[in-house]
Design a protein around this ligand. Structure first.
Ligand SMILES: NC(=O)c1ccc[n+]([C@@H]2O[C@H](COP(=O)([O-])OP(=O)(O)OC[C@H]3O[C@@H](n4cnc5c(N)ncnc54)[C@H](O)[C@@H]3O)[C@@H](O)[C@H]2O)c1
Length: 381
């Protein structure tokens, strides 16, 4: 095994935990050319940091994120902070010659995303974006089946990402402030399904045919209990799109769909067959082979846990000892460890260039909703 890959993490809440677990577990389950070493974590919560660092195995902690950039032990800077600070932190890390793994969406604004893309083009370090759902074995199998031509020409993509935590009692955290988040359910959830649609089809969206955006909850309680404040992001965004090779697609995101807790679902219909996947049953891929004998034509429910057959499955448990949310992050961390050692990951990893294309689609949909018109992606740069 090569020398350890020094990791520096910025952010220690939701994604901070998911990423810490990802880096921490890699060496236990995967043979990677360079195993992660958890050097330094930075975040704002001074009172929680030392305990967080000890619990998740970080050697040091700091409230100054630039310490991560300046630390010579750190080879890769992992960014798990709100969207408005991704650009500043990523640029500083790339400038210092580090690899960068940044959370999605790439940035809060297309302008920030573009600057990040441009910096990545010139940088020595590699870039990665945590579109973690690509690393679910069932999604990986879908990618492979499509590459093998089992669906034929893709004609139709239906994707939605529905959650239910965005009601009026949810406090005004950064996710509900446009200045910090860029958008609401759109950048949070549509970012994932646009990435999945682009990843699975291997095709690019060239036009947004129409979009609708709504904000239902306009005031929310302040987190410190002192009153209420303005929530100025979308609560729901729906849009229709067209792909370069002719397929049509629909995307829907909301955090106000009762009973749908994390329903990230994509269906792909091609000339020879169809696929569907739903994160709430993440180990399963449904496949319909339209060329099967008419007597047997229908959906096959595939449990994607077979070592040697389904991506990443061999690293984990015996067949059907199912995986969960956190495994996507461990799988991604393993893929990153391979990529920085110039080994090909089993499934393509999104970099800043790739995530910038997703950000263009998100931006085009927002313009379409605002202007009530169709938008060509060639006009959104
Ligand atoms: N891949 C996914 O499925 C997924 C899921 C949730 C969130 N995210 C993304 O991850 C990012 C973080 O989201 P979260 O839910 O973990 O947020 P969070 O609010 O739970 O945590 C944010 C962390 O960033 C730190 N922070 C904030 N501003 C900072 C600054 N200027 N400098 C240093 N640290 C700072 C905070 O101290 C906190 O530890 C966002 O970009 C979000 O879109 C991705």
């Amino acid at each position: 095994m090569g020398k350890p890959l020094g990791i520096g993490l910025i952010g220690q809440k939701f994604m901070g935990r998911a990423h810490s677990n990802g880096w921490g577990q890699v060496g236990r389950f995967f043979d990677v050319p360079r195993a992660p070493a958890l050097r330094l974590v930075a975040a704002r919560q001074a009172d929680e940091l030392a305990r967080f660092a000890a619990r998740w195995g970080w050697e040091d902690s700091t409230t100054r994120w630039r310490d991560v950039i300046e630390d010579e032990r750190v080879d890769l800077v992992d960014i798990g902070t709100p969207n408005d600070v991704h650009a500043e932190q990523a640029l500083a890390a790339l400038e210092a010659g580090k690899h960068v793994a940044c959370e999605k969406p790439l940035a809060g604004t297309l302008a920030d995303a573009r600057v990040m893309r441009d910096a990545a083009r010139k940088a020595q370090g590699q870039t990665f974006v945590w579109f973690n759902y690509r690393r679910c074995p069932a999604v990986g199998l879908a990618w492979k089946l499509i590459r093998e031509g089992r669906l034929g020409a893709i004609q139709h993509v239906r994707a939605h990402y529905l959650q239910s935590w965005g009601g009026p009692d949810t406090p005004l955290v950064w996710r509900f402030k446009r200045k910090r988040a860029g958008s609401g359910a759109h950048g949070d959830l549509n970012a994932h399904i646009v990435d999945l649609a682009r990843f699975l089809t291997g095709d690019e969206i060239t036009e947004i045919h129409g979009a609708a955006s709504r904000t239902f909850v306009k005031q929310r309680p302040l987190p410190d209990g002192t009153g209420t404040g303005r929530s100025d992001v979308d609560d729901a965004v729906l849009f229709l799109a067209g792909f370069k090779q002719g397929a049509v697609a629909s995307f829907e995101a909301t955090r106000n769909a009762h009973g749908h807790h994390n329903r990230n679902r994509i269906e792909i219909n091609g000339a020879h067959g169809s696929l569907r996947w739903d994160f709430e049953d993440m180990n399963v891929l449904h496949f319909c082979d339209a060329r099967a004998d008419a007597r047997e034509l229908g959906w096959t429910r595939i449990m994607c846990t077979a070592a040697g057959h389904h991506p990443y499955a061999e690293a984990w448990w015996p067949d059907a000892h199912v995986l969960g949310y956190e495994h996507g992050f461990v799988n991604m961390a393993a893929a990153v460890c391979r990529a920085v050692a110039r080994r090909k990951p089993e499934l393509p990893l999104p970099d800043f260039e790739d995530a910038y294309q997703t950000q263009r689609v998100l931006e085009a949909a927002l313009i379409a909703a605002r202007e009530r018109c169709a938008v060509k992606l060639s006009e959104v740069k």
